[in-house]
Design a binder for this molecule. Structure first.
Ligand code: GRG
Length: 289
């Protein structure tokens, strides 16, 4: 993990415009939003899937940087007053607090564009059609029928009590879609997996994405601001429906384990029984922040 975290940090650093390039404030804020923080779970999943598909690591670098840029943009926009209105992220002031709201909007916009530049400006696959499919895959996962759509449902759901299937629908989109896409894109950088194996991997991505969100709900209820590096206890204070409000803390914890087990079963059909993805699944459920 440390090796890959170091690798993605360098890839992101190289891909982001240098702070001295105009407009200096925007580029400084983009770098602030992306560099030097975060667990890099989505890039780690892309590298793990890429290994199984015998992908060239340089190709996975571009995919890993793209998914992390989309993730970072979503956090910047989510933290703004019009959405979740938070002042702390990755242990530091949020982008609109450190800079200003207009800059935070532009940081998100620019990171989203740069993500697609990463996928279109570097060779990811031998076959150009496959590369186009990969670009479409990220567009779908991050747009209104993926992450942004999930966020819209989240905003509409404040102070409502959602049944578990509705919660699942929201989270499969808001958090799950990008995690699933990270796995799918990493795997498509190589040619070592059959269509059946890609389907199994997609099953893994779907279930580990949902497990990630259930754990996020548990940590929000059960951890501290100091440990999380972001404000804890916000879901209950903001009257947000979560797995903890729907099921209680203990059952939500159990559910995270069940979702992980379901994800792990899909890996049994893959080379090295899923290799590093198996350990990443454990990390996602056992993480403390
Ligand atoms: C604004 C279009 C738009 C979407 C926002 C993902 C999201 C949608 C909002 C983030 C709000 C949130 C806290 C969601 C819960 C799951 C989540 C994405 C947590 C943060 O991800 P981590 O734990 O963060 O991977 P780090 O900092 O480690 O990268």
């Amino acid at each position: 993990m440390l090796d890959r975290q170091d690798r993605i940090e360098k890839a992101l650093d190289a891909a982001l415009p240098a702070p001295a390039i105009a407009p200096v404030r925007l580029h400084t804020a983009m770098r602030y939003a992306v560099l030097g923080g975060g667990k890099r779970v989505r890039p780690l999943l892309a590298y793990g899937a890429g290994e199984l598909a015998c992908a060239q690591t340089e190709r996975v670098d571009s995919v890993a940087a793209a998914v992390e840029m989309i993730h970072a943009y979503s956090l910047v926009h989510d933290d703004m007053p019009a959405m979740d209105d938070d002042v702390l992220r990755r242990g530091r002031p949020t982008v609109h607090v450190e800079f200003d709201q207009a800059t935070a909007l532009l940081v998100g916009d620019s990171l989203q564009s740069l993500a697609f530049q990463m996928l279109s400006g570097h060779q990811l696959a031998d076959d150009a059609r496959r590369q186009l499919e990969m670009i479409e895959l990220l567009a779908r996962a991050s747009g209104s029928r993926g992450m942004a759509g999930g966020q819209a449902i989240d905003l509409e759901s404040t102070a409502k009590s959602l049944a578990v299937p509705e919660l699942e629908f929201m989270h499969i989109h808001k958090t799950g879609a990008l995690i699933r896409a990270s796995v799918a894109l990493g795997a498509r950088c190589g040619t070592g997996l059959s269509d059946t194996q890609l389907d199994q991997l997609d099953h893994f991505g779907k279930f580990i994405g949902l497990a990630f969100q259930v754990v996020d709900d548990v940590l929000d209820a059960d951890s501290s601001t100091a440990t999380l590096g972001k404000t804890a206890g916000k879901d209950a204070r903001n009257n947000k429906p979560t797995y903890v409000s729907a099921l209680g803390l203990e059952r939500a914890r159990e559910l995270a384990g069940e979702l992980r087990d379901n994800a792990l079963r899909a890996l049994n059909f893959l080379p090295q029984e899923g290799g590093h993805l198996r350990q990443l699944a454990e990390f996602i459920v056992l993480r403390k922040f």
